[in-house]
Design a protein around this ligand. Sequence first.
Ligand code: 0WD
Length: 255
Amino acid sequence: MGMFEGKKILILGVANKKSIAWAVAQALKNEGATLAMTYMNEAIEKRLRPLAEELGVTDVLPCDVQSDEEIDNLFTELESRWGTMDGLVHSVAFADKDDLAKPFSEASREGFKLALDISAYSFVALAGRAKKLMKDGGSMVTMSYLGAERAVDNYNVMGVAKAALESSVRYLAADLGSQNIRVNAVSAGPIKTLAASGIPQFKQLLANFAAKAPLQRNTEAEDVAGATLFLLSSLGSGVTGETTYVDCGFNIMGV
Ligand code: 0WD
């Protein structure tokens, strides 16, 4: 019997087969979880439907995280289909390409707001709704990156958004701990996905990373999925408010 048999988990951020969330969804399915997946718009819906079908996931729902109304509708729908839920995986981020490439001191007000809204606030907004369905406790996991803590070239406004996200993880963990809801982040090493293709010189970043990381390789989405399942499962029962690095050890290295 799978580790997640009978567990109901919502996953946001499956855009295609390269998405980190896709590796998480596959791993959860292998362990018997019941999943719901969301799409941001019709273009992503078209790509997501066949993927969901491949995993036997029938709960496929719209949610642009910039809209409170769509978030409310998502949870109303989940409540009527599921009644309760056990896990939330937030694997969503966005910044305007221009704002990643520009010198940080020239970041625009709008670009800053947009990155923070989609990449950090959305997790708080989802957590506030999900907690009501986590009647027997639960676990929430979001995806972060080292750029939250270090000034990484070309990450800029997204780094500030990830810092807000990691801080939100701590405040959510403090807020929701009394309901036995745990909240954590996984800080993943760079992985070639659609979102990553927006980061200038990403190839170079990957090469430097593999050369420097203790494990001498790049991080795979499956590595991230493994740690996410740990945090979602009872194996992680004593862990909350943490940012766990899944980056082949890169973050521990000096120059
Ligand atoms: O190197 C990497 N790929 C890393 C990614 C290293 C460390 C962390 N991460 C993070 C990302 O910042 C993100 O939070 O992992 C998370 C997942 O990213 P991913 O798997 O690398 O990227 P992708 O497959 O593109 O999924 C992100 C998805 C979007 O896809 P596109 O590329 O179409 O924007 O986030 C979704 C969307 O599906 N998304 C939204 N969903 C709902 N509402 C919204 C929105 N407004 N905007 C973007």
